[in-house]
Design a protein around this ligand. Sequence first.
Ligand SMILES: Nc1ncnc2c1ncn2[C@@H]1O[C@H](COP(=O)(O)OP(=O)(O)OP(=O)(O)O)[C@@H](O)[C@H]1O
Length: 672
Amino acid sequence: MSTENPNPTPEATPADAAASASAAATPEATPANPPAEAAAAATPEAPAVELPFQAEVQQVLALVINSLYTNQEVFLRELISNASDALDKARFLALTRKDVTEQQGEPGITITLDETARTLTIDDNGVGMTRDEVVQNLGTIAKSGTLEFLKANAEAAKKKEDGSALQLIGQFGVGFYAAFMVASRVDVHTRSMLPGAEPVLWRSSGAGTFSLSTGDREHPGTRIVLHLKEDAAEYTKPWRIKDIIRKYSDFVHFPIKLGDEIANRSKALWTLPKSQVTEEQHAELYHHVTSGFLGEKPLHHVHIAIDAPVQFYALLYIPEKAPPDMFQKDRQGIRLYAKRVLIMEDCDKLAPLYLRFLRGVVDSEDLSLNVSREILQENRTLSQIEQQITRQVLKSLKELAESDPEKYQAFWKEFGKVLKEGVTIDWKNKDQIAELCRFESLKTEAGKVISLRQYIEAMPEGQKEIYYITGLGRAAVERSPHLEAFRKRGYDVLFLTEPVDEWVVKSMDEFDKHRLKSVTHGDVDLGEEAEDEKKKDEAEAIESALKAVKEALGDRVKEVRASRRLTDSASCLVSAEGDPGANFERILKMMDQAPGALKESKRILELNPAHPIVKNLSKVAEREPSSERVKQWAELLHDQALLAEGVVEDPAKLVAKIQDLLTQVSSAAVTP
Ligand SMILES: Nc1ncnc2c1ncn2[C@@H]1O[C@H](COP(=O)(O)OP(=O)(O)OP(=O)(O)O)[C@@H](O)[C@H]1O
């Protein structure tokens, strides 16, 4: 759901009403994005009606009540979180529309406990809900797939007994229903700030239906009364409630009143000096802004306070695990506040795409509350904030890599492939991002990574270039014949095994003055004169093989030449310098962006002049350059080069060729 400016003009128009009435049917409707003008929605004198919960809600409720019962106390966190959001939305509406009903009193949350009646009441003077919104918000489940996810995870989470079950609740917009873990009946008295809204009373015992009637709430806001179950009487004890608030909701930047006391510190965490924010508070805010994403603590946070050229605070979190929506367009992002007022719940203009794993809050004094989403698209202040955030986050990651390499590796494992995109799109910060990149290599163990800087520092004398190989995984590149000469020389070769790497190397010609060079492209020159001479002689010695093989393969290869990169294998295929390369072409094909349009570039077949097969072939080819036998061997040298890359176009045909050859060899062996 997004809290964009719902209506920048002060007067509601018929068009608004029509638009918002249709919005009421959408699950994304929120009070700050009003789905229905109250005038169109309320039916003031209607008697109480009994309505069924959406079928999904019934199942979710059953799961919440019966399966996810450990750590019950978080129900309060969920209700406070909703109240805090409602207060944020009220502030926003009050500042952007003149026609809404004024909020009464200071914005805040009040909790009242009644031991005798065994009730807990949580009251906010936030945005409230219209009748339609009540039905929509407390009768259905907004996010699709919620039930399936809960079902799939509830049992596993329950078994773990580490609280992860409850974390599931917040993540899927079913926070409110957590009330039924502790309450046998819930009454919601609410009244929307929208013009003409009537009070509504929603009531349910969580068993299949809810009733809806005209309420008696005088002012905008929501009061939720929990009639606690017998075994939940502890939640009428002030000390218990205070504890829970301290534990989960201390960061809430509205006062939470409990009796005569304010139970939380009610200060926007991001405005505090860094040293004053505890790890627990970070965890709480993180939970709030991520809707309790899997209940994890943030892996790392970046706390920014900047005064010029634009004033803003930012408290940004990097999750422990990649959020499942990271690659979706409507993923959760960073919340944008202007002068402590939430103006957008998910603003994608605050960080570049390659930092899309960031979650958190940005708050600026320099933004007008009246900005609409369209204006934000072009907003200069926002782009200045984005630049600062980018710089600070990259700096913080660099510090993390230096101070806590293990944690950095954990970060890299989850988000490396996203961060790497930065090399290809952010020219200004390309070098800093390149510094942050990590790769496996010929010399690292599987799963271990090194930086480009570490690579350079470990280069043996004489090595000038940074060598890499691209492919679809460590296993695919590790045994590649292209690495043979490098292995022999003791040169390391970076393994670039993610699709994005192809774009990375195309955007990065060099790093710290060392050229990046693909070991599967062009010629290799490992730089020893004497070697060169020797190779030249060897190449001359296999002249006939080179010619005969080229003739046999015809147009399928660009060239057949003697290899300087093979030591053990007989043949390999390489791309000409400047050609896209086989792996890249394979990736493009998989992406299938322009089916059929992609023409594979031809490659060069290299033969190892020191290999017995090649030497023998050369001798035979001298005698009978176009014989069937020579053609057959040429085919096999080509096939075996493809096989080494894990790609054989027609395996059955290859098997037939091998069988043929074995037949000849075995016949020769039995004939004395
Ligand atoms: N105190 C409240 N005031 C106004 N609206 C509320 C209040 N409590 C709940 N709502 C509305 O009911 C909706 C459903 O609440 P619920 O806690 O089930 O999910 P959510 O808050 O949308 O998702 P999540 O818990 O993941 O943040 C909210 O999005 C909000 O629109």
